[in-house]
Design a protein around this ligand. Structure first.
Ligand SMILES: [Zn+2]
Length: 422
């Protein structure tokens, strides 16, 4: 199972995915739930740009030969590439043909090396571990001290990136959301990492990590992972159907699967072209990543202690993470001045016309009111928090008066809100 064949390809994500489908308890069901959620979320928020999320990153440098102990500069060069590529700020976006300029997406994800380690101590966000292993495989040995690597930091708080020697021609691999926390993150060949130091052409543009972090945020390969066939799907509507991967530096247009006249979007980060031939995500891919950060990776968005200043909803406080779910108003439990809500996925005593509310980490909420057939009708607005994170201001897009609420208590089962005057 752990042996690499020549056909393993440059990205090991799908072989790892298939291994987890076979071996990881609950992974199949969790993946199905995540895809259901992603589909609903992408439909719901189609026209709504999510707020920028900044993800704390730890880079684990695992080295056998001195040269593999890559420099801080090389690590920093990779973070710089991620912040350009996931914010549509990379200079080579001009390589996108005119016909697709309108579907280039800003994923609105930023990355910063962690400044606090899991014990609360200051950190550079870089760990260094010497190993006896000459080259790692896609079997996740690099992710555990017991097998020659280094343990992951908590996956709900950090994006773990391991930079090391990989064998078998693999440039990197990722674990999709929904897998075991102990192995969550991405692994990248040190010589395909960053833009300086050991980074070697044609993979010295930092795009292997961009590609793998795309998988980590639930993106599929653009050709749909069905070999060279035309039936595979990347679950993204604005990428053309495509046969198999493209390599090197193709010339546009390159056709497959009757996708002329424009052909394959081989300049997409989720293809296999050279680093200097790939340059974009699409709007549809950005929506899938936003759904990932609103769902299975919401803890990374909610725990964002240092968001970009211009993207804060207001104030500088984050509400408790437990707020972010769907709530049903249980009127019979209200006390004077306090509304009591219970989480919507647990059974409640029957009652007609229950209203509810659903909060999302991206600064939106859905006000759920009873509809004509007792199905709640949603209205989406925006929330902002200030004070200690427990004063919420709700604004509605149609000019309806804003509401102010104080979070009296919230945990994963019960939410108590006190409406405030003014
Ligand atoms: Zn891949």
């Amino acid at each position: 199972m752990t042996g690499l064949s020549a056909s393993a390809g440059r990205c090991g994500t799908m072989p790892v995915h298939r291994r987890l489908l076979d071996t990881a308890p609950g992974y199949i069901a969790t993946r199905a739930d995540i895809e259901d959620f992603t589909f609903q979320e992408c439909r719901r928020r189609r026209a709504e740009p999510p707020r920028v999320v900044r993800v704390p990153v730890v880079v684990h440098v695992v080295w056998h030969d001195e040269a593999q102990n890559i420099s801080d500069d090389q690590v920093h060069s990779q973070i710089t590439v991620l912040n350009a590529d996931f914010r549509k700020r990379n200079a080579d976006l001009t390589k996108v043909p005119q016909v697709w300029q309108s579907v280039v997406g800003d994923a609105r994800v930023e990355f910063a090396l962690a400044t606090t380690d899991p014990n609360g101590a200051p950190t550079s966000g870089i760990t260094r571990t010497r190993t006896g292993t000459t080259a790692f495989d896609t079997d996740d040995a690099v992710k555990s001290a017991a097998t020659g690597g280094v343990d992951a930091w908590p996956a709900g708080t950090y994006l773990n990136i391991w930079a090391c020697q990989l064998g078998g021609g693999v440039l990197g691999y990722a674990q999709f959301p929904g897998g075991p926390a102990a192995t969550d993150g991405v692994v990248v060949l040190h010589s395909s990492f960053g833009t300086t130091g050991t980074a070697a052409a044609p993979f010295n543009g930092g795009r292997t990590t961009t590609h793998e972090v795309g998988h980590w945020l639930n993106l599929r390969h653009i050709w749909g992972d069905d070999g060279e066939g035309c039936g595979g799907d990347d679950f993204v509507a604005d990428t053309p159907n495509q046969g198999g991967p493209n390599y090197g530096k193709p010339t546009w247009p390159t056709m497959s699967c009757q996708n002329g006249p424009d052909g394959d979007m081989f300049m997409n980060f989720m293809d296999y072209t050279d680093d200097d031939a790939m340059c974009c995500f699409t709007v549809g891919q950005a929506a899938r990543m936003a759904a990932c950060l609103a769902g299975p990776r919401a803890s990374l968005a909610a725990g964002d202690a240092d968001p970009p200043v211009d993207q804060r909803p207001t104030g500088d406080a984050a509400p408790p993470a437990a707020l972010f779910r769907r709530w049903v108003h249980v009127r019979e439990e209200d006390t004077p001045g306090v509304r009591v809500y219970r989480r919507a996925d647990l059974p409640l005593p029957p009652a007609r016309g229950r209203d509810g509310i659903e909060f999302h980490p991206d600064g939106t909420f859905v006000d759920l009111r009873p509809g004509p057939v007792d199905a709640p009708v949603g209205a989406t607005g925006r929330w902002s928090a200030d004070g200690d994170g427990c004063r919420l201001e709700l604004t509605y897009p149609n000019g309806r008066a804003a509401a102010c609420l104080h979070i009296v208590t919230v945990d994963e089962n019960v939410l108590c809100l006190r409406p405030l005057a003014g």
